[in-house]
Design a protein around this ligand. Structure first.
Ligand code: ADP
Ligand code: MG
Length: 633
């Protein structure tokens, strides 16, 4: 006997143990989901075999009728789920349901809140999969053999869902996988045939694979009857049916099957695209952002089929990254069946399918935005930050995506992002030709930015941008509907016709009085300020910082620096308010050291008021305290 054949006991990683414990406890009220997960795995295994057999017919081993069978044994108190799908090798068993936590496990634990109701939703998003068997079973045995492998290459995996599991080699003539659940005390419900049937039907009616259960015989000679099986699900791929044949419940169950989410989806689109490149799609918007929404490594949630044969799952080619939260199925009639995944990756048809699918998804969003504002608000709240990547990634649909975006603005007191560009344009002042925005690191800083003062005074609406992605967004979206998007904190402020000639003159009239002061501040702040100017954008604040017209914005610079990247945004321009008492005081200050302190404080408070960090906070505090001391004396 070689080592590989001996029975070995192996330990789960700490994280797997933790996951198991958590699942068993938090999911107890939802316990029948284990059936959905096991049937889902069996169905995936059949899909994989069907695909591999396209190029290796022999993998069918003369048994090409793929199916799932569910058996009960009341005496042994076991529930067994058998498939004749692709099966697993010993290495695969170890990799897939063995020692190591799957990618994402760590983030999952980080996302946990301790609130059981919330956490159980997270588990759903995480994909509970195979381990959910331990919710109802205190011992699980899995026997499997990879399609095409020798009968002697079967593997038995067994665990009680605690610290470890055993692996041993077995003889397994039938290809595929068998999962035997030894039910916990009190789970006898799952030994009732009717209970199982209704649960399986609820979860898996849409599965394209037949699910068989033993026919029940009643009466005296029940035991004498031969074993007969019947198919208990409808066994046709859901997306191939017409919309009016599918109930909401069936649609929602299918969503749970493809997404591993427990919750109902927010919205769906089921559509057939005709023409030279025909395909059917059934796509869903989840109600909640998955915990790994920001993980660059996550696989995309669209399954590609070709005439009902599953082709691939990691379909980055089928949805752009800004729609990475979409889940569902795309089934093409036009792609060739007998292709490898590698060739598919290069296939031009796939690009066309993707473009068509994106159109449908954007159409769904537009429909919600127009007809179901509550749902659209929920969608934007969950995925708005991701959709904002759209204009950068998907140039062709830039304008369409921009129309779907919602923002905070000075028009609305609410913290909900509910202002569209079209709303904004509808409220533009006579003579206003630009869409004004301010960027800041959070909503409060945006709302209170000194740059907004003149806009408030004139009643001009400003869009408040405060999410990280916004800086990238405005650097790629320079106009909407022919109107230029303009930062309130960049370059010379030009309000065009919105300022009267008199107002424009006002600052120039006093310019002479401040020439000396400006030169003096420039010298004093030589290291910090690129330039010093008189401002006409301030009414209440003494000073603010402005970026040069083509420079990197101050918010962008902060974001990059906080991400540890090198960012040289150049020195900002300090604008001072000629009407402010502090500025007037500074102009009349004759004591050099007090002037110096006051000028630095003026600059530093402008940094603070835009939510920035001081290079030398101690020196600021020291200077400020000096002033306060003067007051106290
Ligand atoms: P997921 O299905 O989301 O990948 P699971 O925990 O349900 O997660 O399953 C883990 C892996 O184990 C699967 O990806 C698959 O590779 C393998 N697996 C589970 N069940 C089966 C089965 N019945 N046949 C073949 N492989 C299986
Ligand atoms: Mg699974």
């Amino acid at each position: 006997m070689t080592i590989a054949e001996q029975k070995v006991t192996l330990g789960f990683e700490a994280e797997v143990k933790q996951l198991l414990q958590l699942m068993i406890h938090s999911l107890y009220s939802n316990k029948e989901i284990f059936l959905r997960e096991l049937i889902s795995n069996a169905s995936d295994a059949a899909d994989k075999l069907r695909f591999s057999a396209l190029s290796h017919e022999a993998l069918y081993e003369d048994d090409s009728e793929l199916k799932i069978r569910i058996e009960l044994d009341k005496d042994a108190r076991t529930l067994t789920i058998t498939d004749n799908g692709i099966g697993m090798s010993r290495e695969e068993v170890q990799q897939n349901i063995g020692t190591i936590a799957r990618s994402g496990t760590r983030q999952f634990f980080e996302a946990l809140t301790g609130d059981e109701a919330k956490d159980s939703q997270l588990i759903g998003q995480f994909g509970v999969g195979f381990y959910s068997s331990f919710i109802v079973a205190d011992r699980v045995v899995l026997e499997t053999r990879r399609a095409g492998a020798a009968h002697s290459e079967g593997v038995r995996w067994e665990s009680q869902g605690e610290g470890d599991y055993t692996l041993e080699s077995i003889e397994k003539p039938q290809r595929g996988t068998r999962v035997i659940l030894h039910l916990r005390d009190g789970e006898d419900d799952f030994l009732e045939s009717w209970r199982l049937r209704t649960t399986v039907q609820k979860f898996s009616n849409h599965i394209s694979l037949p699910i068989e259960m033993k026919k029940e015989h009643h009466g005296e000679d029940a035991d004498a009857q031969p074993e007969e099986y019947e198919t208990i699900n409808s066994a046709s791929a859901l997306w191939t049916k017409s919309r009016d044949e599918i109930t909401d419940e069936a649609y929602n169950e299918f969503y749970k099957h493809v997404s591993h989410d427990f919750q109902e989806p927010l919205a769906r689109v089921h559509s057939r695209v005709e023409g030279t490149n025909e395909f059917t799609l059934l796509l869903y918007v989840p109600a909640h952002a998955p915990f790994d929404l920001w993980d660059r490594e996550t696989k995309h949630g669209i399954k590609l089929y070709v005439r009902k044969v599953f082709i691939m799952d990691d379909t980055e080619k089928l949805m752009p990254r800004y729609l990475r939260f979409i889940r569902g199925v795309i089934d093409s009639d036009s792609l060739p069946l007998n292709v490898s995944r590698e060739i598919l990756q290069e296939n031009k048809l796939l690009d066309k399918i993707r473009a068509g699918a994106v159109k449908k998804v954007l159409g769904l969003f537009e429909d919600l935005a127009k007809n179901d504002s509550e749902k659209y608000a929920a969608l934007w709240k969950q995925f708005g930050q991701v959709i904002k990547e759209g204009p950068i990634e998907d140039f062709a649909n830039k304008e369409r995506i921009a129309k779907l975006m919602r923002f905070n603005s000075t028009h609305s007191a609410s913290d909900v992002q509910d202002v569209s560009f079209d709303d904004y344009i509808g409220r533009m002042k006579e003579g206003q030709d630009k869409i004004w925005y301010v960027t800041a690191e959070n909503l409060a800083a945006a709302k209170n930015s000194p740059h907004l003062e003149i806009f408030k005074k004139k009643g001009i609406e400003v869009i408040l941008l405060h999410e990280r992605v916004d800086e990238w967004l405005v650097s790629h979206l320079s106009e909407y509907d022919g109107k230029h998007l303009q930062s309130v904190a960049r370059g010379e402020l030009d309000l065009g016709d919105l300022e009267t000639e008199e107002e424009k003159q006002e600052v120039e009239n006093v310019a002479k009085d401040f020439e000396g002061l400006i030169e003096k501040i420039k010298k004093t702040l030589n290291d910090k300020a690129g330039d010093v100017k008189l401002s006409h954008r301030l009414t209440d604040s003494p000073a603010c910082l402005v970026t040069e017209h083509y420079g990197m914005s101050r918010t962008m610079e902060r974001i990059m620096k906080s991400a540890g990247q090198f960012a040289a945004g150049g020195k900002p321009i300090l604008e001072i308010n000629p009407k402010h008492p502090i500025v007037l005081k500074l102009r009349d200050e004759s004591n050099d050291s007090r002037f110096d302190d006051l000028a630095h404080i003026l600059f530093d408070q402008a940094v603070l008021s835009e939510g920035g960090q001081l290079d030398d906070p101690a020196s600021f505090v020291h200077k400020l305290n000096g002033l306060l001391q003067n007051l106290a004396d």
